[in-house]
Design a protein around this ligand. Structure first.
Ligand SMILES: C[S@@+](CC[C@H](N)C(=O)[O-])C[C@H]1O[C@@H](n2cnc3c(N)ncnc32)[C@H](O)[C@@H]1O
Length: 476
């Protein structure tokens, strides 16, 4: 049962738009959310995944503001986050309203080579933005919390994202370090989370006005930093999963008051059919749970119409960068291997080496390297050893199409993801290292020993439990 604090109800009543009722709001706070997912178009089309899931008894219905978003019902015995398809990165379980900010950012955007996601973890919107960028250009994904950077990285790797460079800062630094650098920025700000009450019935139990005042002060700092980091002509989307105006409308007005000649509000009234139902006078979307039967959210789109004065001087250039561009001989060896195994083509400018590791960096990252310290850039493609090149799991996830993989059925795919070897019914000559796939999407590497496939999935990726239409399978 939801626990709403009376101070919260009194305060939020002042921000309720005309035409919406407090009784409806309270009733919706107690209603379970409809589960939703976003198809990862870096790996599969929506039509293909829908066909696959519907054949297994799922039901899907389209979300109006995200071309690849669906509300879904899975069969009773299936845990969607533990299925083979989820582990393959074919979809992300993402709340429907959380899909709106990236849609708003990319609506009518001609070109975005440099994009910043200022507060990224766990990565639902980062991976959505990467898909909207078709894995091209540079996407800087920042997260301040150390523990949350791990889940951010896990999601980036699972979803096969290769154009991302991760940073780990208080996002107040971006205006200083990367002044007027980005074509598009998402500031999905830390907030008081009033919109998440349907997911977490205790979210508002300890609501206090003083907490809102404090977090709004952080949000004002962050939006100034975002605006400093935005190129003139660039687009900024500011979003939160909270409902009060102090953290939403007033943060945007604060930016406009600070830079009256450089901030233009871009109306989201026509973002999708029905967007007008949530649209404020300024063109912001103030999404109350009862409007679209979703979480509460806020989305504002702003354009920077002119350069603004730099607030802090440029810091000293970074030194001691541990990577160098790969040499032609090593690149040729890597390219041959990747072409044979994955049918993929690499660009020598994007491959960097650190000791025995080969990394794929986002194309265009070079000018940013001296400006800011990155925590992780692109993905680790391979390790070099005296036995030759060893492709990494992340590379298999991102580079996709398996040229000559051994196709597994669902039961075998589950065995593989649980770290087990796969017995072969007929004995064939041993073939050494091979790729295995499920529904043509790579799963990982095995050693073909003739009578069985020896599992080579990295230990940290082995799952204890998987769920499918065949039931739940778990290690004892
Ligand atoms: C709303 S969540 C982001 C959700 C994420 N965009 C997604 O869609 O998966 C806000 C994030 O901001 C982070 N954060 C908090 N303070 C921050 C700061 N000063 N700078 C950058 N990030 C911060 C939090 O750790 C949290 O992960």
């Amino acid at each position: 049962m939801v626990q709403l604090n009376q101070d919260f109800i009194n305060s939020i009543a002042q921000d309720l738009p005309d035409g919406l009722s407090m009784d409806d709001f309270i009733a919706y706070c107690d209603k379970p959310l409809r589960p939703s997912l976003r198809v990862n178009t870096l790996k599969i089309t929506s039509a293909a995944l829908a066909e696959q899931l519907i054949a297994k008894g799922w039901q899907l219905s389209a979300i109006p503001w995200c071309a690849d978003g669906f509300w879904f019902t899975a069969p009773d015995n299936v845990q969607p986050g533990n299925t083979v398809e989820h582990l393959q990165g074919l979809f992300y379980i993402q709340e429907a309203s959380s899909m709106m900010p990236p849609t708003a950012l990319f609506a009518a955007l001609d070109q975005a080579d440099y994009v910043l996601d200022m507060a990224s973890a766990p990565g639902s919107k980062t991976t959505q933005i990467a898909a909207l960028m078709h894995n091209q250009g540079v996407l800087v994904a920042n997260e301040y919390s150390s523990s949350r950077t791990k889940i951010l990285h896990a999601n980036i790797a699972r979803m096969g994202v290769s154009n991302t460079a991760m940073t780990h800062f208080d996002a107040r630094v971006f205006g200083e370090y990367l002044y007027e650098t980005f074509d598009a920025i998402l500031l999905d700000a830390p907030c008081s989370g009033e919109g998440t009450i349907r997911k977490d019935p205790l979210a508002l139990k300890d609501w206090r006005q003083s907490d809102i005042d404090e977090i709004a002060a952080t949000q004002r700092d962050l939006i100034i930093s975002a605006f400093q980091a935005l190129k003139p002509g660039g687009t900024l989307v500011y979003s939160t999963c909270t409902l009060n105006k102090l953290e939403n409308h007033q943060v945007c007005h604060f930016l406009k008051q600070t830079y009256p000649h450089a901030v233009e509000f871009v109306s989201l009234e026509h973002l999708f059919d029905g967007a007008d139902k949530a649209c404020s006078d300024e063109g912001f979307l103030h999404i109350w749970p009862q409007i679209y039967d979703s979480e509460g959210f806020f989305v504002a789109k702003l354009r920077k119409t002119a350069s603004v004065e730099r607030l802090k001087p440029a810091p000293k250039a970074q030194r001691k960068f541990p990577f160098a561009q790969v040499n032609a001989k090593t690149f040729a060896e890597l390219q041959r291997y990747v072409a044979e195994r994955l049918n993929a083509e690499l660009n020598i400018d994007d491959v960097w080496q650190r000791d025995d590791e080969l990394w794929l960096f986002p194309h265009g990252i070079a000018p940013l390297l001296p400006l800011i310290r990155f925590q992780r850039i692109g993905l680790k493609l391979a390790e070099l050893s005296k036995h030759g090149i060893k492709l990494q799991q992340e590379a298999l996830s991102a580079l996709g199409a398996a040229a000559d993989a051994i196709e597994l059925d669902e039961a075998q795919a589950i065995e593989f993801l649980m770290g087990r070897d796969i017995a072969l019914t007929s004995s064939a000559p041993a073939q050494g290292e091979c790729l295995v796939s499920y529904q043509q999407v790579p799963l990982g590497m095995v050693k073909h020993l003739g009578h069985r496939l020896k599992n080579q999935l990295p230990r940290h990726q082995v799952r204890d439990k998987l769920s499918s239409s065949l039931g739940t399978v778990g290690n004892e």
